[in-house]
Design a protein around this ligand. Structure first.
Ligand code: F6R
Length: 621
């Protein structure tokens, strides 16, 4: 994904746009660029491969008067089409240099469009799909039915584009106007006094205004200093807008004294879980945030699919254990990227739970669309108000983790796991598989979790010391059973993405079916132990597994409940977590694994917030 910004107002636009790009950096940091509109009818553009700081350094070589205008656009890129080079950095311009465009998403039909432009004698400068949009708008403005009309020219081009895109256009002939449009990737309008903002998310302008409007699917917005106008792509009709007030502040998007956002976000987990629960039990009833399904619809559900990607998928694996246990409904958990291509059997009594922090992950969004096309009901678990996935869902439960800036998900994972439990309880309530007093007891147990997470956070120094000690280990394995299995997968994913290390998570019972061959002297193996007071059989099977691991000389790092004396003799390193209900343990056992990965990455000198090759939301399939 990329970060997009736009500004029209009374201040020099360059400062506003660059500051917004810094806040959008988590969305992509392969290249950055700006286009500033001058009163003299000129468009000043600079763009560079690298972070926004590289752009700022390059801007220092220009005459400041060139970039003094009060309207402009900017972009921070996560490369999809074309390598991250200066040439491929946005903004892209048309041949006359009068139109500039920034783009997030993918223009799927760019190959024929590019061929058409080349056939018309236009030389494209970059390898990107985005550049075609600048040329097409320039052509539409130059002649034909939309000639001389900036907004109509943009609208005519939008109708030719396929794929998912947010596009923001500037035109030298309109120094006080920015035109933008979106389909399936996000854009938010910030409404200030005598100034208007555009951003891929509200972090772009939160220091200037809390008043915002979410741009809907297939909508166009025109901003000037005095206001904004939203219309649809096609007929240019006015559309209903959805204004909202942003309820988190700038501090929430800053590091708050930590070296990395991720460290701050790990510490914020008790609050993320507490806030996700807040307000969802009213008069003994579990309440969702948005509910476009009737009680009967929920009662009729006979099958649940959970679809998600990466960390969100791991939270979905945890959900399976809880939903099946509490509701006796069959639950399948699917990688969203696989779901729609294997022709899943869906009907109106199927509930598809789509989990996504960003609410814009392309694979998950397409899985939602496929499910809806087949008549299934969709419930979204999402951290981003008004994002595309919750907009298209029949019911929504928002995780209230606040902005997650670190690319590797931490607090959103715990918030997703929490929200998934609420989905399970809501279904149990609708189906009558749990009495009201049982639901209230489960909810009370959930409410006790933030305090226990806080306790875990207070005991992480030895985990960090261990991470530094193991920094040069060639690989690390993670094993668990039951809800400990997704935790093992998540621990391995965190280590891969942050420390670029070979890390694998396994279901402990699978070890002997192959992976045990990997074990050798000194190899670190994290073992996530279930509670000895939960299901005795799980605990005793894990004890057997841990013995097998130790017998092969591997180094066991055991996450176990306080007072679990049976496991102590087999732990080369013991990480104790407080006792809690069996199903809720991932809320505690994941935390040391997050801290371990972050510390190890830091010890290796890697950027914990911005791991290589990754972006915060993946809006292409
Ligand atoms: C890993 C991570 C990713 C995301 C995945 C889905 O730390 O953050 O695996 O979980 O890309 O993203 P969302 O939840 O935005 O759909």
């Amino acid at each position: 994904m990329c970060g997009i910004v736009g500004y029209v107002g009374h201040r020099p636009a360059l400062g506003v746009v660059v500051e917004a790009l810094r806040r959008m950096e988590y969305r992509g940091y392969d290249s950055a660029g700006v286009a500033i509109l001058g009163e003299d009818g000129k468009l000043a553009v600079e763009r560079r491969a690298g972070s926004p700081q590289v752009l700022v350094d390059a801007l220092a070589d220009h005459d400041p008067a060139e970039f003094a205008g009060t309207a402009g656009i900017g972009h921070t890129r996560w490369a999809t089409h074309g390598r991250p080079t200066d040439r491929n950095a946005h903004p892209h311009r048309d041949a006359t240099g009068e139109f500039a465009v920034v783009h997030n998403g993918i223009i799927e039909n760019f190959i024929p469009l590019r061929a058409e432009l080349e056939a018309a004698g236009i030389e494209l400068e970059s390898d990107t799909d985005s550049e075609v949009a600048a040329h097409l708008v320039a052509l539409a403005y130059a002649e034909g039915p939309t000639a001389g009309d900036f907004v109509a020219s943009v609208r005519s081009v939008l109708q030719r584009l396929e794929g998912a895109f947010t596009l923001v256009f500037a035109h030298a002939g309109h120094p006080d106007t920015i035109v933008a449009a979106r389909r399936s990737t996000p854009l938010v309008i910030g409404v200030g006094e005598g100034e208007m903002f555009l951003g891929s998310d509200v972090a772009a302008f939160i220091e200037h205004t809390r008043e915002a409007v979410e741009l809907g699917q297939d909508q166009v917005v025109v901003i000037t200093a005095d206001g904004y106008k939203v219309t649809d792509f096609f007929g240019g009709e006015d559309v209903e807008i959805r204004p909202f007030t942003i309820d988190w502040d700038l501090k929430a998007a800053e590091k708050g004294g930590y070296n990395y956002f991720m460290l701050k976000e790990i510490q914020e987990q008790p609050q993320a879980v507490a806030e996700t629960l807040m307000g969802h039990l009213v008069d003994g009833e579990i309440i969702l945030d948005e509910q476009r399904l009737s009680a009967q619809d929920l009662r009729d559900i006979d099958k649940v699919f959970v679809v998600a990607c990466g960390t969100a998928y791991h939270s979905g694996l945890v959900a399976k254990y809880a939903i099946e246990h509490w509701t006796r409904l069959p639950v399948e958990v699917e990688l969203a990227s696989e779901f729609r291509y294997r022709d899943p059997v869906l009907g109106q009594n199927t509930l598809v739970v789509a989990i996504s922090q960003s609410g814009e992950t392309a694979d998950t969004l397409e899985a939602v669309r496929h499910a809806k096309d087949q008549g299934a009901r969709v419930l979204a678990v999402c951290n981003t108000n008004g994002a595309q996935i919750p907009r298209e869902a029949d019911a929504v439960l928002y995780t209230r983790a606040g902005p997650e800036i670190g690319v590797a998900s931490t607090k959103c994972f715990l918030a997703q796991v929490t929200a998934n439990y609420l989905v399970g309880l809501a279904l149990a309530q609708a189906r009558g598989t749990k009495y009201q007093d049982e639901i209230m007891r489960e909810f009370a147990e959930l409410e006790a979790m933030p305090e226990l997470i806080e306790k875990v956070l207070g005991t992480l120094d030895p985990v960090r010391a261990l991470a530094r000690e193991l920094k040069d280990s060639p690989a690390v394995l993670f094993v668990g059973r039951h809800v400990g299995y997704p935790v093992a997968l998540e621990g391995a994913l965190k280590l891969k993405e942050l420390a670029y290390m070979h890390a694998e998570g396994f279901a402990a019972g699978e070890l002997k079916h192959g992976p045990i061959a990997l074990l050798e002297d000194g190899l670190p193996v994290f073992v996530v132990m279930p509670s000895p007071k939960g299901r005795a059989v799980l605990h005793s099977k894990m004890l057997s597994n841990i013995r097998e691991i130790q017998a092969r000389g591997a180094r066991t790092i055991v996450i176990a409940e306080e007072g679990d004396e049976l496991v102590r003799p087999f732990a080369d390193h013991l990480i104790e977590i407080p006792a809690c209900p069996t199903l809720l343990q991932p809320l505690l056992s994941t935390v040391p694994l997050q801290a371990f990965a972050a510390e190890l990455a830091e010890a290796k000198g890697y950027d914990v917030d911005k791991p290589r090759n990754l972006a915060k939301a993946v809006v292409v399939e």
